[in-house]
Design a protein around this ligand. Sequence first.
Ligand SMILES: [Zn+2]
Length: 468
Amino acid sequence: MYITTTIPYVNARPHLGHALELVQADVLARHHRRRGEPVRFQTGTDDNSLKNVLAAEAAGVEVRELVDRNAAAFEGLRGALDLSFDSFIRTSTHPGHRAGVERIWRATAHDLYTRHYEGLYCVGCEQFYPEGPCPDGHEAPLQQVSETNWFFRLSRYQDELLDLIRSGRLRVEPAARRNEVLAFVAAGLDDISVSRSAARARGWGIPVPGDPAQVVYVWWDALANYVTALDDAGYERWWVREPRKVHLVGKGVIRFHAVYWPAMLLSAGLPLPTAIFVHDYLTAGGRKISKSSGNAADPAALVHAYGVDAVRWWLLREVPRVGDADFTDARLVARADEDLANGLGNLVSRVAVMVCRFLDGHVPPAGEPLAEVSREVHEALEDVDFRRAARAVWQLVEGANAYVERTRPWQQDTAGREKSLGTLVGACRELAVQLEPFLPGAAARVAAAVGGDRLSRPEPLFPRLSRP
Ligand SMILES: [Zn+2]
């Protein structure tokens, strides 16, 4: 499976919404790897946006300096969030990106033409709107732009796009988002402007092949990353032969991924992605969280304060498949203490302590499995429902804790104890396996606590986060 996230603008540092998409993609990547499937997980940054240029001007620094600094903060999430991506592409420095964008541009030349254009441009969205204000909530007034640009004959691909999405050859999930895309396409597609004057872009970006007075529209440039990041062999393996190519995207950029990008590929005669999984947004304390809203949370700081398990767990266990989720520190702390410190941590600790006390640490033969959750986890992840998948893993924790209360090993005779504790050690080991895609660090600690033939008394697996 080839799994990508969107590549964010780097006009600011990453916020928790970026962490959500990265962690979701990481869970998919880890889950499919452990099933023995070949996986490539790719993320990166969109360095060539006009937003980056304007942010650098506002901050009084060189564009290159601002872009390098913020891109490093995104790449640094790998360590902070325990991400397992295989490749991180930066569109301003990746050696193959510019040539790849030019190649796609030339391959679509039959659908490109120049036209004078006047419109209202939102720099926040990097797109034109027929009228203001920006429907996405950007407060800066839309810019009146009047210039000659290159246009792409998007209108030509309306029927093909409808057919692709309706037939499921291009899967768009969840269904509400698919219907939204279908309605947009069915209402009729206008050709889109796909270049900017180099002057307006302050010379930042990729020049249009054969027309250096124009730079390639940043969305065209950014979307191309899904193929330009691949070298020749990688392109053949992951874009031509790979049967599952999945883009994870936020709801604000569906149109770019489910309409513009497939149309570009159709025009260029290139293979298409197979699925677009759309997540909703996070708010923080009831307010919009985004790098331009001034209300940005800092995932690295959150991890520093609460630990990576607590942050990943909140994102996976609390954020619904459909609908926005509101983040507060208190919610993260409450969820981590209830599930991780109390639920999972207590379970593993009790089981190891009982094995030590009653069986001198010797692990008895494994009993019957308590619950079979791996299929439910897989089905939930096929359905891109991370919360349902996390809940399925949680049934195992609850089932095991209930089993302790029901069997009360401390009151049983030796044979009864051996049977109960064998079952419980088996359940904890299965938990370590099932948790791995979600909480890789915690899963390794659980595995260490209940692994081997002889257990010792474990250190607490999770700190209690709430203050007494
Ligand atoms: Zn906007």
